[in-house]
Ligand binder design. Structure first.
Ligand code: G6P
Length: 613
């Protein structure tokens, strides 16, 4: 989604802005722009549709954008098509206010109509232009300071946003505000930075301030001040970012996705070790859940989006079976608009890599407002969901750059596994010995993932064979169905091949009519209880011409009699089999995309962190 970078200080702004924007490319965008100011001169604004490379080409020499203060933006179109005109920065008619914005202003049409009556004209279709002109309007009407004018404007707008503005009357200064969309401020010596995401400024500083909703910041060379909505000065705590800048580089891999697939053993191991202490004891004190609280839980609601939702679908089987607690898994975008009676002794688990997904954040707020205790499983420290939840279980995946998640997904799975085991032990469903044995199984996952990765060439070969497929069907039952959902998403989002995940038993209620000669059907069969059933469903599709790929655990060699290509993953307690079975499917998606020559890390139309509804 959209990205923001701003800089003011002793050096030149343009190189910092362009470097920062390129670090945000992974979030997904369709146009970009910068505005740079040299002292009191008018800002130079350059915008371009397409990639940062296109913007750089348009700028030409950096001598064309001289100045020590500037703001930059990558846009992912919401209001108005991707175009140079709709790209940010936007400006008031006389350039008194120039700005960039992330998020959505919901009442922008109302604001536009009001400003039109006051004589304002609009050149773009964006909601951003409306908020910038609204600030301009208040600034001029009330002859106020920028902070006062911004405060007045944000009280008037509805929606979520992060806003960065430069005022003609305040050379070398940047003014920011946020509500709902992430924004951080960094300082080092005389240089002040603002960004929507940590990687944008990690090359320059590791010490940042997080601005909260309805707060504002004023940046100038050598200093930053913070304000609340009343315009009063407030103090903020400086937080150290522990990420390693190198972790956000490709490190010799052709794509971030392949690098992140290979980082899974370590990411999963680190996440396990964050709560598994001496021997195999699970310690949730860091998460903040007491045994009394765990005993009281009568229902679990898992709410998430995308792959995080798929983690929820897989984990519901594990939680219900090991902890004996009923689980409902909800899509955050659906849940937030639904009036569902919620049980008061419930625990809501919100799963999110970024911690900023708009729908998941709203679902969390809705749970809290209904008096439900919330636990966030989040990867990004200090993110909105992490800060607003009652309890946080941090996954230790490190920065994930590829749009298609892999390592964050895998860490979310083990986080849920460990919660299920500990809940089961505390609630008396598992003895200490059983719990320890299960933890031992979870601890074996990293090494087993590493073994699967050693066999990736076979999958690459198979992927190249099906790189031109029209449709791919993933079928499985129970936990295997959950694995299929993620495998199918991995495949379609980066290869642009239509694919579907189907509960194997449902296939004959309609979808099997789509199977024809040569259609690829991938059967996931790791659950012994339903193994034969899924195999029968695979055979039904083969009778209608399907080409069968099987995915199962070592020892289930009989699958080779049915499938024309079979992948075996190491054995693990069947509750945890998604952690292993998903890996060949991640590789399959990756290699199909590679064979088709697509932009693996930045698939079309997608964004890494979806901060709008
Ligand atoms: C986007 C990403 C997905 C991710 C989903 C939820 O669609 O491309 O990979 O699963 O958002 O994101 P979250 O950050 O909440 O896990």
């Amino acid at each position: 989604m959209c990205g923001i970078v701003g800089y003011t200080g002793a050096g030149q702004a343009a190189p910092v802005l362009l470097d920062g924007l390129s670090k945000l490319e992974y979030r997904g965008y369709d146009s970009a722009g910068i505005a740079v100011r040299d002292g009191e001169a008018e800002p130079v604004i350059v915008k371009e549709k397409g990639r940062i490379a296109d913007l750089k080409k348009k700028i030409g020499s950096e001598d064309n954008v001289i100045g020590t203060c500037g703001i930059g933006h990558t846009r992912w179109a919401t209001h108005g098509a991707p175009s140079e005109t709709n790209a940010h920065p936007h400006h008031s008619d006389d350039n008194a206010v120039v700005g960039v914005h992330n998020g959505i202003i919901e009442n922008y049409e109302e604001i536009r109509a009001k400003l039109k009556k006051k004589g304002y004209e609009f050149y773009s279709q964006t909601d951003t232009e409306c908020i910038i002109k609204l600030v301009d309007y208040y600034y001029k009407k009330y002859q106020e300071t920028p902070i006062e004018a911004i405060a007045r404007a944000i009280l008037r707008v509805r929606g979520s946003y992060a806003l960065c503005l430069m005022f003609a009357d305040y050379p070398g200064e940047i003014f920011c505000a946020r509500n709902g969309s992430p924004m951080i401020i960094g300082m080092t010596g005389e240089d002040a930075f603002v960004a929507s995401d940590v990687p944008a400024i990690l090359n320059y500083t590791r010490h940042v301030y997080y601005i909260d909703n309805m707060e504002m910041a004023h940046l100038k060379k050598g200093g930053v001040e913070f304000f609340n909505i009343d315009g009063d000065r407030i103090e903020k705590e400086l937080v150290e970012i522990k990420w390693d800048a190198e972790a956000a580089e490709k490190g010799g891999y052709e794509h971030f996705m392949l690098k992140e697939i290979h980082e899974q053993p370590k990411a999963v191991e680190d996440t396990i070790h964050s709560v598994v202490k001496d021997g195999n004891r699970i310690d949730l004190s860091g998460v903040g859940l007491s045994e009394e609280e765990i005993k009281k839980i009568s229902q679990i609601y898992i709410v998430a989006c995308g792959s995080a939702y798929h983690v929820g679908v897989s984990s519901q089987y594990v939680l219900e079976d090991l902890a004996g607690i009923p689980v409902r898994v909800e899509l955050a975008s659906e849940f937030r608009y639904r009036s569902m009676p919620l049980l008061q002794d419930a625990l809501a688990i919100i799963i999110s890599q970024s911690g900023e997904t708009a729908d998941s954040l709203e679902a969390l707020r809705k749970m809290k407002a209904s008096g439900i205790k919330t636990l966030a499983i989040v990867n990004v420290v200090g993110s909105s969901i992490a800060r607003e939840a009652d309890h946080v279980f941090y996954t230790l995946a490190g920065p994930e750059i590829a749009v298609a998640t892999t390592k964050a997904y895998s860490t979310q799975l083990v986080a849920n596994d460990l919660l299920a085991i500990e809940f089961g032990r505390v609630r008396g469903l598992l003895t200490d010995e059983e719990a320890y044995r299960l933890v031992e199984e979870v601890k074996s996952i990293p090494e087993k993932i590493a073994t699967i990765l050693e066999d990736k060439n076979r999958i690459q070969w198979f992927a190249s064979k099906f790189a031109n497929a029209h449709d791919i069907f993933f079928i499985g039952r129970g936990i295997d169905y959950a694995t299929c959902m993620e495998g199918s998403l991995k495949c379609k989002e980066i290869s642009y091949i239509h694919s579907e995940a189907y509960a194997a038993g449902e296939l004959k209620h309609g979808t099997i009519s789509l199977v024809e000669e040569g259609t690829l059907v991938i059967g996931v069969c790791t659950q012994s209880e339903v193994f034969e059933k899924t195999v029968s469903n695979m055979v039904e599709t083969a009778s209608r011409g399907a080409y069968l790929m099987g995915l199962t655990t070592e020892d289930n060699y009989s699958l080779e009699d049915v499938a024309r290509f079979t992948v075996f993953v190491p054995k693990v307690d069947e509750h945890f089999s998604t952690s292993l079975a998903v890996v060949p499917l991640q590789l399959l998606g990756y290699y199909i995309s590679l064979a088709r020559g697509l932009d693996v890390d930045k698939p079309r139309n997608l964004a890494k962190s979806v901060t709008v509804e």
